[in-house]
Design a protein around this ligand. Sequence first.
Ligand code: SAM
Length: 284
Amino acid sequence: MSEGGAGSGQLLVVSTPIGNLADLSLRARQALAEADLVAWEDTRHTGRLLELAGLRARRLVSLHGHNEAARSSEVVEACLGGATVALVSDAGTPAISDPGERLVAAAVAAGVEVRALPGPSALLAALVVSGLPVGRFSFEGFLPRKGPDRRDRIAALAASPVTSVCYEAPGRVAATLAELAAACGPERRVAVSRELTKLHEETWRGSLDEAAVRAESREPRGEHVIVLSPAPAPTVPGAAELEEAMRRLRLAGLSAGDARRAAQALLGVSRRHAYDAARAVDPA
Ligand code: SAM
């Protein structure tokens, strides 16, 4: 097909729709129809996609979580032999919480040209409609299901200075939102998107405690993405607040130096701010 250099094999990482067939790009169609080999995750999903799109792949090979390691070398061999291989997953972008990462790494290591045919991904779709800061974000995939790993990851999200995006299964959304509310505080902003690009698409935006109550009160349906706003930046006290704290510490009997050091530690201000306030409270 026309995507590659003459005679050279390549691996094409092809994004497919996350619900709406019209999101299948022209380049993705061409790749699926013309690739020498399509590496797909699940026969049912990709078979249905090809059928709906009126496409027929030349040759198909399954590549899923259980056989990716073994299959990757076969696929890389095919690329090295000159084949164009299109990698697709059940929905969205391969390797994003889907098989593909190991195959791409193996192809890169073998010197195979790897190219993206970009397109739908629930991650970016949910992020850009969240209304939350998008300049910096972290993609968390699916959170660990239980135990210390889950606790630690939720604690890290609570403290994160950037927006966090998590995938979640419908049956676990309410519990995850409740745990996030407990860790981040009830007022933290969140956007919960479900069924993106589908008939019942919905994005709900509000506070974590409202989100948890809402999710608990209805039967969860469809695929969900949770987008969590960053932890609020710590507020630095102004000069008046700092001086007032120091005056109180002085009245409580602390020396000028001890009051300065205590106020600096308690309010988390810089040494210079603490010195300025100390001079205002105890002019030399
Ligand atoms: N590779 C896919 C991508 O690029 O988005 C993600 C695959 S992952 C196995 C499936 C998860 O993605 C779902 O559990 C859900 O969290 C999210 N997801 C996929 N499609 C979605 C949709 N239409 N609406 C909301 N979330 C979706």
